[in-house]
Design a protein around this ligand. Sequence first.
Ligand code: MTE
Ligand code: CO
Length: 390
Amino acid sequence: RAAGDPLITEIQDWNRYLGDGVDAAPYGLPSEFESEVVRRNVPWLTADAVASINFTPLHELDGIITPNGLCFERHHGGVAQIRPQDHRLMINGLVDTPLVFTMEDLKRFPRENHVYFLECAANGGMEWRGSQLNGCQFTHGMVHNVMYTGVKLKTLLEEAGVKTNGKWVLPEGADAAHMTRSIPMEKALDDCLVAWKMNGEALRAEQGYPLRLVVPGWEGNMWVKWLRRLEVGDQPWHHREETSKYTDLLETGKARRFTWVMDPKSVITSPSPQMPVSHGKGPMVISGLAWSGNGRITRVDVSLDGGRNWKTARIDGPSLSKSLHRFYLDIDWDGSEMLIQSRAMDEHGFYQPTKNELRAARGENSIYHNNGIQTWYVQKNGAVENVEVS
Ligand code: MTE
Ligand code: CO
């Protein structure tokens, strides 16, 4: 920095006057200087804001946890506002004893805490045919990663007693969309949670307050918010969200149904179109996120030349199953153009395909489950653009 920098030589206001006392913000908010760090929607994507989506500002975040106020929102009938005292969870269908729980009742069962990512199956859907939206907030921001507190779905199902022909569970939301999905019993009894806390505080209304279903590693649509009912049945229901929506139209004209697991995926969050390089050549931190619905991420490779050569990035912070992982590649930038990419591999050896590999396998009609490798074009002046290499 230049000698005589007034920020060093002169006393500033914040150094001269007292600041706010305690309790100025009893439930704290971010610094006023962080006002650009917000969820954003893409107005032309949906007809209105009630059945719509906004996106997590991934480019502004670090570490693995998504702050509650920045978790992307997806709702089909707006945000229900439910007084917890008025909320009920019912279990019915093929059970020995149909049950109704209050929130108080639920809090008397043994609890667990787990960090899981939630990714909407439509994340990246706009990018199937080529690069379109300029920023990882929009291309990859239908994902968030939160520590949930709740009771195992298994515990509640055991309380009701599932009959031997009970093979499927239908969670239902209390919102105006009364969202429903069919979940196979093996998954329901494995790692699903009925949760009321996110990152230690109550669920936000946008995320399903007071109660939501957590379906680790599986597409976000199944994580029913404002959860009010669990029906046990002997076959799937084939409701709207698993027929007309959330199926994948293949090249043959047939639709693939029940694509539940979110395959390994990653994205470089910085540099990226909304986070250009402002510092010129020299040391540069390339950073991003990787995740897999199959388990832990074991390796992330980064390419600076559009996929010809790869370097293994450093995973930093907790490496948890079905959670976001943070990776870094620390480079010495020579100031020349780069085509930067990341490629994730999970503990089962599954790795991310290129977008061409994905289109060769699935055709051009798909929307959901795009886990293709993302390319950012870093220019000499530090500007970054969403591109595709073929
Ligand atoms: N649950 C209800 N009741 N209503 C909804 O509209 N949207 C689903 C799912 N659960 C939805 C719902 C979809 S498509 C996704 S991707 C996730 O919630 C989004 O969760 P989030 O808003 O916490 O990001
Ligand atoms: Co969704």
